[in-house]
Design a protein around this ligand. Structure first.
Ligand code: RTP
Ligand code: MG
Length: 140
């Protein structure tokens, strides 16, 4: 199986509640390795750019507002099948539909404040990693 890299955000709702360690533990326990990590406070412009694909969706304004309201932790995770594996560890977008043991089942507050983001495909993973990290910030 291929070793992949994926992009992950620990969102403001989770950082505010001091859940960084508990969330990273779930990635590590599943065999994913943190190869880059930093805490940042996204500007409104950064959040708008990052979520530009959702610009026409009704929740876009609220999403941009929430993601730039307070700090987040951005990470690059590496491992076998990392993109899909990360999505499994995260659980469904709406925590009401998330499986037991997933991050969103345990920690998410709502469909909007759902504690984590994860890339959904190889192309978006590469794009999202480039959006937040330079090559020399990623240590494999
Ligand atoms: P993500 O991109 O954050 O990893 O989550 P996802 O693929 O599971 O969800 P996506 O459809 O890409 O939506 C991106 C984020 O927008 C917020 N959202 N709010 N109020 C709503 O109905 C709604 N729907 C989506 C969530 O924060 C979701 O993670
Ligand atoms: Mg998505």
């Amino acid at each position: 199986m291929a070793i992949e890299r994926t992009f992950s955000i620990i969102k403001p709702d989770a950082v505010r509640r001091n859940l960084i360690g508990k969330i990273v533990a779930k990635f590590e326990e599943a065999g994913l390795r943190v190869v880059a990590m930093k805490k940042i406070h996204m500007t409104r412009e950064q959040a708008e750019g990052f979520y530009a694909v959702h610009k026409e969706r009704p929740f876009y304004g609220e999403l941009v507002e929430q993601m730039s309201a307070s700090p987040v932790v951005v990470q690059v995770l590496e491992g076998e099948n990392a993109i899909l594996k990360n999505r499994e560890i995260m659980g469904a977008t709406n925590p009401a539909n998330a499986e037991e043991g997933t991050i969103r089942k345990e920690f998410a507050l709502s469909v909007g404040e759902n504690s984590v983001h994860g890339s959904d495909a190889p192309e978006t993973a590469a794009e999202e990693i480039r959006f937040f990290f330079t090559d020399d910030e990623i240590v494999g």
